[in-house]
Write a protein that binds this ligand. Structure first.
Ligand SMILES: CC(C)(COP(=O)(O)OP(=O)(O)OC[C@H]1O[C@@H](n2cnc3c(N)ncnc32)[C@H](O)[C@@H]1OP(=O)(O)O)[C@@H](O)C(=O)NCCC(=O)NCCS
Length: 210
């Protein structure tokens, strides 16, 4: 539990099936099955869905996607790292350290999975000024870009919603990479498993073999 001012404590934990209803009600995804799908990926070791709770109230969220997840991006492939997706804090809870706690939890999950580096894309327009400031403060540095990031969000009714933005990609080298953690089993068609072990030079830098 982390104090977030005004006597409130925040707990960041993995989304559990029992929490789905409360999470969707407070922080709705773009369709009713998105979060259940994320739990499915989490159970397969391909993603971690983190939720920040203040008491019984969800206040923020962040997802980490790993190699093998369908949303693992070309940028993450290029940088050879898991990445943070869909970080957000409910407006009423902003500026109280909740995103900081979520990113710290994402970094712990990344290290526990055996990676020494975490990446994320961030928009270049004014809407993302707060996020850019947050990431800079937390030690994320420019890796590549700008590039257009596009996705189609599947809605419950009607056609998929296209979204796009111009982004840069940031990475952070994580100290204390988990040299003692056994790499999890995962589908590895690109032969990238060495990134996870922390033993070879490739895994220490977590850069893609060239
Ligand atoms: C960006 C966002 C996640 C930050 O969440 P948060 O819980 O308010 O962030 P924190 O309280 O942990 O802030 C930590 C630091 O980030 C920076 N920061 C956060 N909000 C900021 C703002 N509105 N303006 C400038 N800097 C800001 C500050 O450096 C802040 O430290 P400080 O409060 O001591 O000055 C939140 O504003 C949000 O959900 N925005 C909309 C969604 C979004 O942009 N997501 C990121 C996608 S890449």
């Amino acid at each position: 539990m982390i104090p977030v001012g005004k006597g409130d404590l925040v707990e960041v934990r993995r989304l559990a099936p029992a929490d789905l209803g409360a999470f969707q009600a407070a922080m709705p995804a773009w369709n009713a099955h998105e979060y259940a799908g994320r739990i499915g990926f989490q159970e397969r070791g391909l993603a971690v869905q983190l939720v920040a709770w203040v008491g019984t109230q969800p206040a923020g969220r962040a997802m980490v996607v790993f190699l093998g997840h369908p949303e693992w991006s070309p940028s993450a492939y290029r940088e050879g790292c898991p990445e943070v997706r869909d970080l957000g804090v409910a407006p009423a809870w902003r500026r109280r350290g909740i995103a900081t706690a979520l990113v710290a939890a994402a970094e712990r999950e990344t290290r526990s999975a055996g990676f020494a580096r975490l990446g994320l894309g961030v928009g270049m327009d004014d809407d993302y000024a707060a996020a850019r400031s947050l990431y800079e403060r937390l030690g994320y540095v420019f890796a590549h870009g700008p590039f257009v990031q596009a996705a189609r969000l599947e809605t419950d009714d009607g056609p998929a919603l296209p979204v796009a933005g111009v982004c840069t990609y940031l990475v952070k080298e994580l100290p204390e990479c988990c040299h003692t953690v056994s790499p999890r089993r995962f589908s590895d068609p690109a032969g990238t498993a060495a990134w996870r072990t922390g033993r070879s030079s490739a895994s220490r830098s977590c850069t893609r073999p060239r």
